[in-house]
Design a protein around this ligand. Structure first.
Ligand SMILES: NC(=O)c1ccc[n+]([C@@H]2O[C@H](COP(=O)([O-])OP(=O)(O)OC[C@H]3O[C@@H](n4cnc5c(N)ncnc54)[C@H](OP(=O)(O)O)[C@@H]3O)[C@@H](O)[C@H]2O)c1
Length: 232
C-alpha cells in the first residue's frame, strides 16, 4: 500500500473509532427520509441519541431534521454513522440498498433494523423489484456478521410518527434469527407506542415485504389507505 493511501485508511479508522466513543448507546439511521425521520424523532423523544447517516449531512433538509430531532442528534456520512453506533436502522429506496449497505463498512455484531420493501413506483404503477428471497435475507448475505431484524416495513411513516391516527394498537412484525437482537428491537418498537410481534426467523420477511405492494398499488390507483396491522 502507498504511504499516502495508508495514512488515509488510518485517518478513516481513527475518525470512525472516535465517533464510537463519542455517541455511546446511539441509534444510527441510514436513510433520513420519511421512515428514518419519523422514527428518529420518535426515538429521540423517548430518550435515544440519534445519529443520521446521509449522503448530504450538511444539506438544509438534513439540518432541519437534526434540529427537529433534538439537541443530542447529529448527522454525518452513512459510513461514519453506521460505525458510530452498535444499532442501526437501514431505510433507503430498495434500488439504492446494495450500494448504500455495502458502503457502511463492517457491520459485524451490529443490530441492523431493516425497514425496506423491495418495490418501486414507475410509469404510474407499482413494481415488485426482483429479490429471490427477501430484502432482509439480501442484507444478511451482504453482511453475514450483522444481526438483521426485519421491522417497521408493514406500516406507513405517518403511523410511525403518530400511532394514534390508527385509532388503536398497531402491530410491528419482527423477523430475525437471533432472539437477543429481536428483543432489543422489540424495546424500540414499544418505545414508539407500537406493539412488537415476533413472526419467526428472518425468512418470514418474505411474507411481510409483500404486504406493502398492495398498499402502494392501492395508492397509485387513487384509493389510498392507511397501512398497518392491528392485533385482535
Ligand atoms: N414511506 C413509508 O411509509 C414506508 C413504510 C415502510 C417501509 N418503507 C420502506 O423504507 C425504505 C425507505 O423509504 P422512505 O419512504 O423513508 O424513503 P425516502 O423518504 O425516499 O428516504 C430514503 C432516504 O434514503 C437515502 N438514500 C440513499 N441512497 C439513495 C438514493 N440512491 N436515492 C434516494 N435516496 C437515497 C436518502 O437520504 P440522503 O439523501 O440524506 O442520503 C433518502 O432520504 C424503502 O425501502 C421503503 O420501501 C417505507
Amino acid at each position: 500500500m502507498k504511504p499516502s493511501l495508508l495514512i488515509l485508511v488510518l485517518l478513516a479508522v481513527a475518525s470512525t473509532g472516535n465517533a464510537a466513543t463519542e455517541y455511546p448507546g446511539c441509534i444510527a439511521i441510514v436513510g433520513p427520509g420519511a421512515v428514518g425521520g419519523a422514527l428518529g424523532k420518535r426515538w429521540a423523544g423517548a430518550g435515544h441519541r440519534i445519529v443520521y447517516g446521509s449522503r448530504t449531512p450538511d444539506s438544509e433538509r438534513v439540518r432541519e431534521l437534526v434540529a427537529a430531532t433534538g439537541a443530542d442528534a447529529r448527522a454525518m456520512t452513512p459510513l461514519a454513522a453506521a460505525q458510530a453506533c452498535d444499532l442501526l436502522l437501514f431505510a433507503v429506496p430498495w434500488e439504492a440498498a446494495e450500494e448504500s449497505f455495502k458502503g457502511l463498512g463492517s457491520l459485524a455484531g451490529k443490530i441492523v433494523i431493516d425497514a425496506n420493501n423491495p418495490l418501486d413506483v414507475r410509469d404510474g404503477r407499482e413494481i415488485a423489484l426482483p429479490v429471490i428471497d427477501s430484502a432482509a435475507e439480501r442484507l444478511q448475505a451482504w453482511a453475514p456478521g450483522a444481526r438483521i431484524v426485519k421491522a417497521f416495513n408493514t406500516l406507513n411513516w405517518n403511523v410511525m410518527e403518530n400511532p394514534s391516527i390508527a385509532g388503536g394498537p398497531v402491530s410491528v412484525p419482527l423477523s430475525g434469527d437471533e432472539a437477543d437482537a429481536k428483543s432489543r428491537v422489540a424495546e424500540l418498537v414499544r418505545a414508539v407506542d407500537l406493539v412488537p410481534v415476533d413472526v419467526g426467523p428472518l425468512r418470514t420477511a418474505r411474507y411481510t415485504e409483500q404486504m406493502a405492494l398492495l398498499y402502494v398499488s392501492l395508492s397509485v390507483r387513487g384509493v389510498p389507505h392507511e397501512f398497518h396491522l392491528r392485533p385482535r
